[in-house]
Ligand binder design. Structure first.
Ligand code: FEO
Length: 168
């Protein structure tokens, strides 16, 4: 495997792992603050990111590359509002998409169509995750500071969380 691509894939392993821990931290915050639906949503999201990470680890090993399991920074845990929680979610997903695009670009430069093909799964996944993050943040922007609106948001997000559980 090309060394630049291997380095980018290892970086991606770290980003997916970091996202998993970040979403776990967000799930825990929501759990502690009485938002059970939001908590379930982020517990599931955290599991998904862990799967994204593991998929990369297995792929690099299959290609006889060298995997480096990374050390992670402490995730953010001092949220003030639901809005801040979902802004962090969207920012994180946009960052991951940008990194995936970098890998795709490098694959084309180095003509590694095998990794390019593998990464298409992540491209599709990111499209979905960014769309979900934007939709939820839009809803929260409409709700504003309305407490009963937050209550209904937390109740309704359960539907999304349950469909996620079925996918994992
Ligand atoms: Fe696997 Fe949502 O980044």
């Amino acid at each position: 495997m090309n060394s630049t691509i291997q380095k980018l894939l290892n970086d991606q392993i770290k980003y997916e792992a970091s996202a998993s821990m970040q979403y776990l931290s967000m799930a825990s915050w929501a759990d502690a603050n009485g938002y059970n639906g939001v908590a379930e949503f982020f517990y599931n999201q955290s599991e998904e990111e862990r799967l994204h990470m593991t998929k990369l680890v297995k792929f690099v090993n299959e290609r006889s590359g060298q995997v480096i399991i990374p050390q992670l920074d402490k995730p953010k845990d001092d949220f003030k509002t639901l809005n801040e929680l979902f802004e962090t979610f969207l920012t994180s997903e946009i960052f991951v998409t940008e990194q995936i695009n970098k890998i795709i670009y490098e694959c084309l430069q180095k003509q590694d169509y095998n990794v390019h093909n593998f990464m298409q799964w992540y491209v599709t996944e990111q499209l979905e995750e960014e769309a979900v993050a934007r939709t939820l943040l839009d809803k929260l922007t409409i709700i504003g500071n309305d407490k009963s609106g937050h209550y209904l948001f937390d109740r309704d997000i359960n539907t999304i969380a349950n469909s996620q559980s079925n996918e994992i």
